[in-house]
Each structure stands twice: as structure tokens, then as C-alpha cells.
Design a protein. Structure first.
Length: 463
């Protein structure tokens, strides 16, 4: 029989042993015990205030929940698969400890609204923790950018040398990406901060509950407006998985660059030994395994989003057991993303930057060609003509194995009479970088200004 189950009254045969294991989610949702207890406290107090439970019952329930929370934290109250999930484990143990008062706790609520409430509470806390990780990484990037405001490197498009930029400017691009990531998490947090508790299974309850009271106690902005939507909505899970995925993609892009920069072909940077590993057979190897792992973990985070989109896409209202799979996907995404953010924040302060090699790379590959075209435009030549002149100049340099700034008067005249040595001789990467001294530009002065603004903002956010 299934009389040992809290839902077992209608059943005449025991649940299959394998099905019991397959059905259970305690290994995943057990970590929400604090949120489950907090939700139960708020629900019990509200039931007491509304005269649905006696003061004595409420007092017993609250004391019992306090004792259970302490026991769980001390490891003295192990969960069991037989009780399926964190909600049933806590309710069953509470009833064992305090008797009939524990049985009354579930009045005017369902596991459906309980699960939805606990999940929102848990993810709200995890969002706040991720935001701290994002700011910590931004701080590390800003500090490094400040140190390299005038370190010149090649900027790339199509992974081909494009124009010279400062390394500080390049790093600040990721600070901006993380700003948008933080905004996505904040937006998702605001949208999910509605309280499902009181929606019961799907239709609400016949008891005179006060949903505003429970929402207020649990820190929600308001109760969910529709009971069907409240228990079946997993938009907030999808949004958070999307936010995790986009943030992970940004870190993966950065990982790819770090991996390339550390290669023998680039030698732009060197990572601290503590964040690298060696080879079991090749003694010379120093492998950038941490960025590679971040790049690899991104696939799993994206996979969680795709899995949940596929799960939700065909679900009729209201609750379906498929929704149990949401927590595994989103919890893992937060865990993996938190690790990725942390490893970068810890790794970057020890990164060594090879300024000489970066500068040499920026000075080759015709990275100043656009500036030569601009010089021709300032001399009154239409840009499209200037573009053609510089293109032919680059071809000439490739043929003669030289650089634009090394062209003499004869070479300039052979290409176009309007092209002069005065123009080509000014094509230092320092001048090209310094000339882009406007908002969003790569000039050292702009990088320092942006670093100062970001430092002020991050300090205020962390206060």
C-alpha cells in the first residue's frame, strides 16, 4: 500500500521501487530547505492571523520549523528518497516531531504553489550571489585595464590584424558585456519577484487567506495575479537560464582570446602557474586549462536552456511533472557560471602581459592603413579614392616586404601623386591610438577615464 505517502490515501498498491527512485527529486531540491522553511513560516503565520489555525498550532509549527532548520544545518536530519522531495521531507518530519499541528500546516496550499514559491526564493538569492561575482570580475578587469591603459596591441576583425588598440580598451569591452549580463539578471529578478503562494494546486483555495501578507513577509513585490499561471509559469527559469547562457558565452569568448594569446604563436600573455596544468608526456607544456574549462562548461549551460525550452514548449496548464526537471537545469547553470566567474576573477590579477610582443604585433600587418586613408581625406581626397590609394599602397608594401610608414617619396609617387612621405611617416601605432580620443575610443586618456568611472560605480554598488 502507499499509506506511508502523504498523498497515498487514494492508492491501494505500493509504488514500484525503481519508480520511487526515478520519481524522487530530493537530491536536487534538497538545497532549497531554507526557502521551504521560510515559506512554511510565512504560510503558518498568515493562517494564524486569518483565524484558520489556532495560535497554539502556529506556535508549535514555528518552533518545530526552527528546530528542523537547525537540525538540517547540523547534518542531524538526513533526507530520504522515500519522501520524494524537500517539501515532503520537511512536512513529514515536522509532523513526526510536533504531531497534529504539523498535519495542519498544508491547509490552503498545494505542493504546486509551494514548489513555485521555494524555487523563486532560491533563485532570487542565487541571482544576488551571481551579481556579486559579476562585480568582482568587473573590478579585476578594470584594475588590469588601468594598468594597461597605454599598452598597445593589435585589434582584430576576422582574426586578422585590423587597427591598433590599447589592451586596457580591449579589457573594458568585457566589463561592458558583464554590465549587460548584470542587467539581464536584475530584469529577470524583478519579473520573477511575484509570490505564487496561495494559488494552491491551480484554482486558489476556499479558505480566507491573505496572500499579500505572505508575499510581504517573503520579500515579494506582490502575489501572482492568476493562480493557473502562478503554478505553471517557468518563464523565470527560462529567463535566468538565458541570462546564464549569455554571460557564459561572454566568458567563453574571453577564454578563446586568452587561449590564443598564451599560445607560442602569439605570446601576448602568460597565465599564473596556479591556473594552468602540464602534460603527462610533454614536459614543456603549460596548458591554459581553466579558460578551456570555462569555454567547455558554456556548452552545458546553453544545453540547460535548450532542454528547458523543449520541456516547457508543449505543457498544457497547469502543473505537470515535467516541471520537476527545471531545478536540475537552472541550479547547475548557476553553479557552473559562478565557478567560471570566480576562476576569471582570481586568475586575471596574476596575468603577465608581454607589452613588447603586443606592440610589435600591432606595428605589423598594416594596422595603420585606415589612418593613412584618413590623412588623405583630410587632404581633400574623397574617402573612396583614399581607400583605393591605401589599398594599392598595401599591395606595394607586401610585394616589397615593407610597412606603410617605411615608404619613401619615390614609392609614394609611384602609387599616387597625392600620397606623401609626410603622411606615411606619421603612422606610428601610438599616434593612431592617441588620435581616437573620444567617448568609446581606445585612446589611453579615454581608457583611464572609463576605468575611473567604473571604479566609482563598482565601489558604490558594493557599498
Amino acid at each position: 500500500m502507499s499509506k506511508d505517502k502523504l498523498w497515498g490515501g487514494r492508492f491501494n498498491a505500493p509504488i514500484n521501487e525503481f519508480v520511487e527512485q526515478f520519481n524522487a527529486s530530493i537530491d536536487v531540491d534538497g538545497r532549497m530547505y531554507r526557502e521551504d522553511i521560510a515559506g512554511s513560516r510565512a504560510h503558518a503565520r498568515m493562517l494564524g492571523q486569518q483565524g484558520i489555525l489556532s495560535d497554539a498550532d502556529v506556535k508549535q509549527i514555528l518552533a518545530g520549523l526552527n528546530d528542523m532548520e537547525k537540525a538540517i544545518e547540523e547534518g542531524a536530519l538526513p533526507f530520504t528518497v522515500a519522501l520524494e522531495d524537500v517539501h515532503m521531507n520537511i512536512e513529514a518530519r515536522l509532523t513526526e516531531n510536533i504531531g497534529d499541528a504539523g498535519k495542519r500546516l498544508h491547509t490552503a496550499r498545494s505542493r504546486n504553489d509551494q514548489v513555485a514559491t521555494d524555487t523563486r526564493l532560491f533563485l532570487r538569492r542565487r541571482v544576488d550571489e551571481i551579481q556579486i561575482r559579476i562585480r568582482t570580475l568587473q573590478t579585476a578587469l578594470v584594475n588590469l585595464a588601468q594598468c594597461h591603459a597605454d599598452t598597445i596591441m593589435p585589434g582584430f576583425t576576422h582574426l586578422q590584424t585590423a587597427q591598433p588598440v590599447t589592451f586596457g580598451h580591449h579589457l573594458l569591452a568585457y566589463v561592458e558585456m558583464l554590465r549587460r549580463d548584470a542587467g539581464r539578471f536584475a530584469d529577470a529578478r524583478a519579473r520573477m519577484n511575484q509570490c505564487p503562494l496561495g494559488s494552491a494546486a491551480l484554482a486558489g483555495t476556499t479558505f480566507p487567506i491573505d496572500r499579500h501578507a505572505t508575499a510581504r513577509e517573503l520579500g515579494f513585490d506582490a502575489p501572482c495575479a492568476n493562480s493557473l499561471d502562478a503554478v505553471s509559469d517557468r518563464d523565470f527559469v527560462l529567463e535566468l537560464l538565458a541570462a546564464c547562457s549569455i554571460c557564459a558565452v561572454h566568458l567563453s569568448r574571453f577564454s578563446e582570446e586568452v587561449i590564443l594569446w598564451m599560445s607560442a604563436q602569439f605570446r601576448f600573455i602568460d597565465l599564473p602557474d596556479a591556473f594552468c596544468t602540464g602534460s603527462s608526456i610533454m614536459p614543456q607544456k603549460k596548458n591554459p586549462d581553466m579558460p578551456e574549462l570555462v569555454r567547455g562548461k558554456t556548452g552545458g549551460i546553453i544545453g540547460g536552456l535548450v532542454a528547458m525550452l523543449c520541456t516547457v514548449k508543449a505543457l498544457p496548464l497547469a502543473y505537470n511533472k515535467d516541471m520537476q526537471e527545471d531545478k536540475g537545469a537552472v541550479f547547475d547553470a548557476f553553479d557552473q557560471l559562478e565557478g567560471c566567474l570566480r576562476v576569471f576573477a582570481d586568475m586575471l590579477p596574476g596575468m603577465k602581459v608581454n607589452k613588447v610582443i603586443m606592440h610589435k604585433a600591432a606595428s605589423s600587418g598594416f594596422s595603420t592603413a585606415t589612418d593613412l586613408a584618413d590623412a588623405l581625406v583630410r587632404a581633400g581626397i574623397p574617402f573612396r579614392e583614399a581607400h583605393d590609394i591605401v589599398g594599392r599602397s598595401v599591395s606595394w608594401c607586401i610585394e616589397h616586404d615593407t610597412e606603410l610608414h617605411q615608404m619613401d617619396a619615390a614609392a609614394c609617387a609611384a602609387i599616387d601623386a597625392r600620397l606623401t612621405v609626410a603622411m606615411t611617416s606619421q603612422l606610428s601605432v601610438e599616434a593612431c591610438v592617441a588620435a581616437r580620443n573620444h567617448i568609446g575610443g581606445t585612446a589611453p586618456d579615454q581608457v583611464r577615464t572609463q576605468c575611473a568611472a567604473w571604479t566609482q560605480k563598482l565601489e558604490a554598488d558594493n557599498a
